[in-house]
Design a protein around this ligand. Structure first.
Ligand code: CO
Length: 137
């Protein structure tokens, strides 16, 4: 598939607010958007580092996949997201190569992106997201 850049790194945190001082005061980044993604049961906070973003993911419910991740592995890097020109085409290509898909078709993520996840079983245990700007953007 054709990756254009690392769109963002997703980092699981118990509390966005508790982590803002590190990202803003220490790293000198600016949080430019905080958004709830209801169907993923997360609150997200975004920072830009050049072309790449840092996405903090805070669970909004105990049955959120992020809550379960933190319970199992603790806070930390949760996924890497690559930008691709066409998520569906990239998924089809991956499926043809025998990659296990979490999403067979793109769905809506934060910031109006179309996103889809590859299964960590097929990606060396790194949860991998493919994304592109939504068509309405
Ligand atoms: Co993401």
């Amino acid at each position: 598939m054709e990756l254009t850049h690392i769109e963002h790194l997703g980092i699981a945190v118990k509390s966005i607010e508790a982590n803002l001082p590190y990202y803003e005061k220490v790293l000198g980044l600016k949080c430019y958007n905080i958004e709830v993604v209801a169907d993923q049961k997360v609150r997200t906070a975004f920072f830009k580092v050049g072309q790449t973003k840092i996405e903090l993911l805070e669970p909004t419910s105990e049955d959120s996949t992020i809550a379960k991740f933190i319970e199992k592995k603790g806070e930390g890097v949760h996924h890497i997201a690559f930008a691709v020109p066409d998520v569906q085409a990239a998924l089809d290509e991956a499926a043809e190569l025998g990659v296990n898909l979490i999403d067979k078709a793109p769905r809506k993520g934060a910031e109006g992106l179309e996103i889809a996840f590859l299964h960590p079983k097929s990606t060396g245990s790194v949860l991998t997201e493919l994304c592109m700007e939504g068509k309405d953007k």
